[in-house]
Design a protein around this ligand. Structure first.
Ligand SMILES: Cc1cc2nc3c(=O)[nH]c(=O)nc-3n(C[C@H](O)[C@H](O)[C@H](O)COP(=O)(O)OP(=O)(O)OC[C@H]3O[C@@H](n4cnc5c(N)ncnc54)[C@H](O)[C@@H]3O)c2cc1C
Length: 387
């Protein structure tokens, strides 16, 4: 595959660079360059800036507010934005439920929900996993029962990322417990997080932060108009969505930018002369380049509305392994400065957040969320290798 940029792509890259240079707030870029983690507010500020420019959902069709960019243009934008230190926009609305509503929703749902997703006026979370249903998602037990024109939803969702900020949740619920296969009795509902009966309880993860939540649904009334597509077809929509989720979790643009940052930090500390460190870094860069090519190949296959298939599992597997190796090498580079907390009774953080113990601890989750590595290997074995 030819990865060199055409004159049109080069002109597009220059346009993107100029826009980012003029519009990415300095404090947001600094957070990345100091190897920090962007806050939720910084991410939403960047979301709104991109929205004003019409670039917040470049992969959506133009008629629904997208930018109509080619695969190569999306790749260029992603690489340039990440290298400049921009935050990664959260995928839940833009990459998950937005495309689902475009493909499987009805006109009313598209008119009601897509504009505030684009502007950032409404924020979404994903309600799939439950305490007894993670890898085996089809065993989920949250029930939705008919009551007049509504559903009454009762159950528990867990690991709900940024659920504490969410206005809406797209959730998988069981609508037919008698179906002959568990996958057949599942529907997708759009749930207003402000509805009576919704309780969000924080889960503090191993890095000491609040990224995820339990969400309790206790007799929550959901209008039937908030059913996505057809009743009991939710599993089909979920499969479409999960293949897209794996591509975003692979996070190629950001990993590339982080390796660049790691290299600059290593140079500043004289570690590029250390042959062991330098070899690890080169190995990482080489694997990253291979992943980048695979990513582009896959995005080209995808096309508008295409199906990523099992290749998305491969990309998720490799992408998250690379992200973990970045965190490990960063820990090696930072040495004692990677320690998470100041000694004594202070609670001030030491050293860089993403490249310290905090980042390393949270990176353990990369090979779990979006489907664990073992599950991705099962998919690759069955669907690519035919085992
Ligand atoms: C930080 C974080 C954020 C998340 N955000 C969200 C979110 O926003 N929304 C949401 O719905 N979910 C979210 N999740 C949940 C995530 O999708 C699940 O954790 C994941 O699918 C694994 O499910 P589980 O935790 O129940 O583990 P289990 O399914 O219980 O798996 C436990 C272990 O067994 C292995 N295993 C299970 N089945 C098999 C098998 N068939 N073959 C081989 N090995 C197997 C797994 O690989 C894993 O190592 C998040 C998780 C984390 C950690």
């Amino acid at each position: 595959m030819d990865l060199s940029l055409s004159p049109a792509d080069l002109a597009f890259r220059d346009q993107v660079r100029a826009f980012i240079a003029a519009n990415l707030p300095a404090d947001i870029a600094d957070t990345f360059h100091q190897a920090g983690r962007h806050s939720f507010d910084q991410m939403m500020r960047w979301h709104r800036i991109l929205y004003q420019k019409g670039w917040v959902a470049p992969h959506w069709p133009v008629e629904h507010g997208g930018a109509g960019w080619s695969v190569m243009q999306q790749h260029i934008f992603d690489s340039e934005a990440m290298a400049a230190g921009a935050p990664r926009l959260r995928p839940f609305a833009l990459r998950m439920i937005g495309p689902i509503l475009i493909h499987f929703g009805n006109d009313w749902q598209r008119e009601r929900f897509l504009p505030p997703m684009l502007s950032g006026a409404e924020y979404w979370c994903q309600g799939f996993s439950e305490p007894g249903a993670g890898s085996d998602l089809a065993s989920l037990s949250t029930r939705a029962e008919h009551d007049g024109d509504d559903y009454i939803v009762t159950g528990q969702k867990t690991w709900t990322t940024t659920g504490q900020h969410a206005d809406w949740m797209f959730a998988l619920v069981r609508t037919d417990p008698q179906a002959d296969r568990p996958q057949k009795g599942i529907s997708m509902l759009l749930i207003d997080m402000k509805s009576p009966g919704v309780t969000v309880r924080p889960i503090v993860t191993i890095d000491g932060d609040h990224h995820v939540n339990d969400v309790f649904l206790d007799g929550v009334r959901v209008p039937a108009s908030h059913l996505v597509g057809q009743e009991n077809k939710g599993w089909d929509y979920a499969k479409f969505l999960l293949a897209h989720e794996r591509v975003t979790v692979a996070n190629v643009g950001q990993a590339k930018a982080e390796i660049g940052l790691l290299k600059r930090l290593a140079q500043a500390r004289g570690r590029l002369d250390d042959p062991v460190f330098a070899t690890s870094l080169i190995d990482l860069e080489t694997d990253m380049s291979a992943l980048e090519v695979t990513n582009l190949r896959m995005l080209s296959q995808l096309g508008p509305g295409g199906d990523a298939g099992a290749l998305s599992s491969f990309l998720k597997l490799r992408g998250t392994e690379i992200q973990q190796r970045i965190s490990e090498l960063a820990m090696d580079l930072m040495g004692p400065e990677a320690a998470p907390w100041q000694g004594g009774n202070g609670d001030a953080r030491l050293g860089p957040e993403r490249y310290g113990t905090h980042g390393w601890l949270f990176s353990r989750a990369f090979t779990v969320f979006g489907g664990s590595s073992e599950i991705q290997k099962n998919i690759v074995a069955k669907q690519i290798l035919g085992l």
